[in-house]
Design a binder for this molecule. Structure first.
Ligand code: PHB
Length: 565
């Protein structure tokens, strides 16, 4: 006997003003996201149902915007795409206002704390203060949960009307295993008769009613065995629930009830502080938007790429970046001004984005929805510093034909976290995790120079400085003077101090706060030319690579913490 396949209701037809290429570019971005951030172009063609030539044009436009990279036959999401989700997060002001309070709560309770907002019949994370010790999955900013799985959803569904509930039932019937929510493990279909959430009295509707009465919501392993959470709503001055704060633990430490008892008092205090922070006067540091720069960039791109640059795609996506801190709600005029687009063009882009659910409007003012985060945000905000650096190091090696690496400071050592080798010129084989003492290496000197000078002196006083070659500088005062040079010049060149015949040039990589978080270097043979010639030949390309990594880090680190290794 065959059952008719459950189907999701057909998507409403796009309005006549909708911009086709913009819609197609967003479906390419969603398909790439579904593929884990990387897809063969051929698979993108199959997955989107678009013509090969269309996918190619969309991809070259997205590449020009810096949102994807083409690597061989694959298209790969690039960190720059995070600027779209950043625009939503900045405009919402939730991570900026409430994030530090969530972090403090996580410190106090020594448990994970997250902030999430309603997104249709789902729950989307906008901040994570993660303290996961036990083995359980950790959600990333941008990840989406089904409302009925997890603590926050029962708080949000309290505001649902009959239509919302009907849509939720349709979705549950059409997707009984939560296949549409890749961030959560699939649920066994048997658990899921439509409408009731499950057969017992602990169904979703019952939990929504219970949460309304209690004022808090409990997740007793709704997502996966062991994972428990308690959530409270955070309301704005009008009494609307704008987000939920969850404290998350694991049954190996606390049962759901024990977590609720332990966390609720502090959670309540934190929410009171959050509601105060939320209702403080709006931020006014609206970032200036270089509308004129957009227009000339658009012209140059068209000139360079011709038909491979689809202006309506670029215009549509740039529209999303008109929003930001202090720019949560914009009129059509304000969007046109911020982007340098003609009003008619901006209007069609907004209508298209509204049709796709990325923008909401009351007819006058437009604002971004959390759905913008579905465009690769969770994947990209989870990238580590080495993963961000890797393609830039590969491009550098392509240019200079010498090996390039990234390292971080680990005690008195440097530790390699990324490397693109060419020929081997060292006696030892460098792999990820390889350590060398910091003082006789170019990356070590750059990293030491990035520390407060007093700390460096203290460190050097405790370090055993031994000559590794005839050239190794071991005198602490000379080393301090060299580090001072590194600080002023912005690079370190080390010639045969770690190993005879090896010369290496390094520059620092700064995070968005200006802190030196890692170093990148190029290493080469000492015999080929003079140190000055090496510097002239390699420094500009090395500096550009570091600047490109820093630009990615600025976008990626705006709301997410980027692990260095
Ligand atoms: C989380 O932040 O990981 C989280 C939040 C609420 C839940 C489960 C997990 O119900």
């Amino acid at each position: 006997m065959s059952h008719p396949a459950p189907t999701t209701p057909p998507a409403p037809a796009p309005p006549p003003e909708a911009v086709g290429p913009l819609m197609r570019s967003l479906s390419v971005l969603r398909e790439l996201t579904a593929g884990g951030g990387r897809q063969a172009v051929g698979d993108l063609v199959r997955g989107t149902g678009l013509a090969r030539s269309t996918v190619d044009r969309v991809l070259s436009t997205l590449a020009r915007l810096g949102y994807v990279r083409i690597q061989g036959r694959d298209a790969v999401l690039a960190p720059r795409l995070l600027e779209l989700g950043n625009a939503y997060l900045a405009a919402s002001e939730l991570p900026d206002r409430l994030g530090p309070l969530a972090d403090r709560l996580a410190d106090e309770l020594d448990e994970s704390v997250s902030l999430a907002v309603p997104d249709g019949d789902g729950v989307r994370f906008v901040h994570q203060a993660t303290r996961r010790r036990a083995m359980s999955l950790a959600f990333r900013i941008g990840d989406l949960l089904p409302a009925e799985r997890g603590a926050p959803g029962a708080l949000f569904a309290d505001a649902w009307d009959a239509d919302d509930w009907r849509r939720w039932r349709q979705r549950r019937a059409a997707d009984p295993t939560d296949a549409g929510f890749p961030a959560v493990p699939p649920r066994p279909a048997a658990d899921a008769p439509a409408g009731a959430d499950n057969a017992s009295g602990t169904g979703f509707e019952a939990r929504v009613a219970a949460a309304r009465t209690a004022g808090w919501s409990l997740d007793d392993q709704l997502i996966e065995p062991g994972l428990v959470a308690v959530a409270l709503p955070v309301r704005d001055a009008a009494g609307r629930t704008v987000c939920a704060v969850s404290v998350v633990s694991h049954t190996s430490r606390l049962s759901a009830d024990a977590l609720r008892e332990a966390a609720l008092p502090r959670l309540r205090e934190a929410v009171a502080t959050m509601e105060y922070a939320l209702n403080a006067p709006p931020a006014t540091d609206a970032e200036a938007h270089p509308a004129a720069a957009h227009a000339s960039w658009m012209r140059a791109s068209k000139q360079e790429l011709g038909p491979e640059f689809v202006e309506s795609v670029a215009r549509g996506l740039i529209t999303l970046t008109a929003f930001g801190t202090g720019r949560a709600e914009l009129s059509l005029t304000a969007v046109a001004e911020a982007t340098g687009l003609a009003r008619a063009t901006a209007r069609r882009a907004l209508i298209t984005l509204e049709h796709l659910g990325y923008i909401a409007t009351d007819g006058k003012l437009f604002r971004l929805t959390p759905r913008v985060l579905e465009l690769g945000f969770a994947h990209l905000s989870g990238l580590t510093l080495p993963a961000i650096a890797q393609p830039h190091l590969a491009a550098l090696v392509e240019r200079v034909h010498d090996s390039a690496s990234m390292a971080v400071l680990s005690g008195d050592d440097i530790q390699y976290v990324a490397r693109v080798p060419t020929v081997r010129i060292m006696s030892v084989n460098i792999t990820l995790g390889t350590r060398f003492p910091a003082y006789p290496t170019s990356m070590g000197r750059v990293l030491l120079a990035g520390l407060p000078p007093a700390e460096v002196s203290a460190r050097l006083a405790l370090t055993h400085l031994e000559p590794l070659t005839r050239h190794t500088v071991t005198d602490p005062d000379r080393l301090l003077a060299l580090l001072e040079d590194v600080r002023t010049e912005g690079y370190a060149l080390v010639d045969e101090e770690l190993e005879e015949g090896l010369r290496s040039l390094a520059v620092p990589v700064h995070d968005r706060t200006g802190r030196v978080v890692s170093a990148v270097n190029v290493s080469t043979h000492a015999g080929r030319c003079s140190p000055d010639e090496t510097r002239e030949a390699l420094l500009p390309a090395l500096r550009e690579a570091a600047a490109d990594i820093e630009a990615d880090l600025r976008v990626a680190g705006r709301f997410a913490r980027i692990p260095t290794g």
